[in-house]
Design a protein around this ligand. Structure first.
Ligand code: HEM
Length: 128
């Protein structure tokens, strides 16, 4: 038997509801992980408002832009309640966008290719 807790996955819609208004909880997303920071708001050295601004949303950039210490990251880790569902993760979206622009390189024109090999012959000097 294992005592490891199963991960709970939340959709962005579910997370957004926990904004301190629609429910009395304040959840935030940091790097695709969901944290319930309700009980931390009063302890935040920067004040609760800086966090509630991101209630129900992804605060990754704001959190990193401040350059929080390891202690801050440890505090945050203790508040983890789950993760964003795979399909709605930022990383996955970025990857998909990248993949969409990735593909076989298209040779723009035959002329361009010929030009390139001409340069090669000149600089190499061995191909007369
Ligand atoms: C959501 C966006 C957040 C923003 C914009 C933010 C911003 C800030 C700012 C401006 C300070 C400096 C306060 C001062 O020195 O007067 C600060 C400090 C701090 N914050 Fe946040 N914060 C955020 C979330 C969090 C969260 C979620 C945690 C932990 C659960 C956290 C933990 C800390 C800690 C421990 C400090 C003291 C300095 C340090 O150890 O880095 N913050 N934050």
């Amino acid at each position: 038997m294992t005592d490891a807790k199963a991960t709970i996955y939340y959709t962005l819609e579910e997370i957004a509801k926990n904004n301190g208004k629609d429910t009395d909880r304040v959840w935030i997303i940091y790097k695709d992980i969901v944290y319930d920071v309700t009980d931390y708001l009063n302890d935040h050295p920067g004040g609760g408002e800086l966090i509630t601004e991101w209630a129900g949303k992804d605060c990754t950039k704001a959190f990193d832009d401040f350059g929080h210490s390891g202690d801050a990251k440890r505090d945050l880790k203790a508040l983890k309640i789950g993760e964003v569902v795979e399909e709605e993760r930022k990383k996955k979206q970025k990857k998909t966008e990248k993949e969409a622009t990735k593909g076989p390189k298209v040779v723009e024109s035959k002329e361009k290719v010929i030009n390139r090999s001409c340069i090669h012959i000149i600089t190499c000097g061995l191909c007369a």
